[in-house]
Design a protein around this ligand. Structure first.
Ligand code: ZN
Length: 277
């Protein structure tokens, strides 16, 4: 083989390799891109935080409303005007509502949340949650989490099954609040869990057409044993302003009950209860 022929071969090999590299640079190497996405996903989805890491994370403010009515007074009722004022001040102050699913991904996988996040929740399946609260939330681009005690289906002053399904369809989260509001600390037998959790969860899933993965404790009351049991059924269980369980931090996520108060009063209690400022 002549030296000239070998040189020509090396030259063409060089051109071929260089043109391949250029193609890769110009179009991006699909293989590399796929690998990097895969690696990123693997890093996020496979490394769940430990209980201690979840417990140490900055808490996100979670608000809890019950009745929205002009009639009743008390800590569990706000007027429709007050509720609208609360949502307006949150929107005006740059708050963004996040869903329980987003909260879960933040706590467990460190996924980022929008600036000034908060979760807004509603307990006891009241009809005004659909007729008053949801339209106000949607006006500001917010979405809420509605916790249903399933004994109330289609009863006077409570949501119908169709109204619950409508909320889910509009992008709100539907969670469970037990069958008849019996506190978790009173579930002694397997049949109690069946009646208060397993069966109502299944029925509610049939109504909303998706998994029901979030729970709000009736009366906000829980104990460690109950939290452990609930972790088999729900990603997050919301309590009230009680102490969190450091071993089961996802099953003891704190909320504050919002009473009739001024918009500024709301912002103040959110800051005080969740950031200590
Ligand atoms: Zn309740």
């Amino acid at each position: 083989m002549s030296k000239k022929f070998i040189l020509i071969c090396i030259f063409f090999l060089g051109v071929l390799v260089s043109s391949c590299n250029q193609t890769n640079r110009k179009n991006g190497n699909p293989g590399d891109a796929a690998n990097s996405v895969e690696q990123k996903d693997t890093a996020i989805t496979q490394t769940a935080n430990t209980a201690a890491q979840i417990f140490a994370k900055q808490q996100v403010p979670v608000l809890c409303y019950h009745r929205i009515s002009d009639g009743d007074k008390g800590d569990y009722t706000v007027s429709p005007a007050t509720f609208s004022g609360h949502m307006k001040v949150l929107a005006d102050s740059g708050y963004h509502s996040v869903s329980p699913a987003q909260l879960y991904d933040y706590l467990v996988y460190n996924r980022s949340l929008p600036e000034n996040p908060f979760v807004v929740t509603f307990d006891d399946s009241r009809v005004e949650h659909r007729t008053i609260a949801a339209p106000v939330l949607e006006k500001y681009g917010f979405r809420g989490a509605f916790f249903i005690m399933t004994i109330t289906y289609n009863k006077k002053n409570y949501m119908t099954k169709d109204q619950i399904a409508e909320l889910a369809k509009a992008g709100h989260t539907i969670g469970l609040h037990s069958w008849d509001h019996t506190m978790v600390t009173k579930y002694k037998e397997a049949t109690d869990w069946q009646k208060q959790v397993v069966e109502p969860k299944k029925k509610l899933e049939g109504i909303v057409g998706k998994p029901v993965e979030y729970w709000a404790y009736p009366n906000g009351v829980y104990d460690h044993k109950g939290a452990v049991e609930l972790s088999k059924y729900f990603k997050i269980a919301f309590s009230l302003a009680t102490k969190r369980d450091s071993i089961q931090p996802l099953q003891s996520v704190r909320r504050i009950i919002i009473p009739e108060c001024t918009p500024q009063g709301l912002l103040k209690s959110m800051r005080r209860s969740f950031t200590g400022k």
